[in-house]
Design a protein around this ligand. Sequence first.
Ligand SMILES: [Zn+2]
Length: 177
Amino acid sequence: MNSCCTQPVEVIAADQHRSGESCCLVMEKTSAPARAECPVSGTLSRKVQSRTLEHLLKPEKLGARRDVQYYYCKEPACTVVYFSNEDVPFFTTEHVAVKIFVKDQGAEVPVCYCFDWIRARLKQQISETGKSTAASEIAREIKAGRCVCDIKNPKGECCLGDVNLFVKNAMLVVPPL
Ligand SMILES: [Zn+2]
């Protein structure tokens, strides 16, 4: 665990931690390779923790989960979500109980899964007020220990990078008041 949760809310909100850092989450340590290639898209993918799959696979797919290392494919055009570097079945967007932000452009898809910031809510706030309070609200929740990205966000990581990028792009489309 690094120290990002001990930093001021403004620093957390600015998402200073790089992708791949564990932020405030307790990460499983396994000896499997740090990255593996998606069997369908070939995308080099990062490890995801087993508890992420445990919470996000549809109930009927939980039994297909094996005691292996899984990886998360972030390729937007690929339907594979979780796969292993071992010879076991992979899981697609059909098998996951939530919509995957990077693979589904729908307005109702969450950007932040912990606090229900769907795309439409972020856009609405920006068009009504000229700004977004999402990152600072999320940062306050993280600091208070209420963030559960490891089991709610399909990528098993903090959403702030995605939130900040989405807000930045939305502000370009809807100029600040
Ligand atoms: Zn893939």
